[in-house]
Design a protein. Structure first.
Length: 85
């Protein structure tokens, strides 16, 4: 059963590494954006972890990618919770 869930856990692991290192909201660059960088709540990486955990790798990556595409300077942002099943 672990091998079936390994890709999902590995994707979440990679997102956590991104959060700790390169993320403007969670990582080393947070000092340049003390009030946050992402216009959405939860942040795009937190949203990605949530949808991958809830829906699996394929649908989770699709939903997270759609969220990242909506995150741009002209977006109003706001609260965008992880959808329920």
């Amino acid at each position: 059963m672990f091998l079936f869930h390994f890709p999902k856990f590995f994707a979440i692991f990679l997102i956590r590494i991104y959060q700790k290192t390169l993320s403007f909201d969670h990582g080393l660059f947070k000092i340049f954006h003390p009030y946050g960088y992402c216009q959405f709540h939860p942040t795009c990486s937190e949203y990605a972890i949530g949808v991958i955990s809830r829906f699996g790798l394929l649908k989770g990556v699709f939903l997270a990618s759609w969220r990242v595409l909506r995150c741009h300077p002209w977006s109003k942002g706001g609260i965008d919770e992880v959808p329920s099943k």
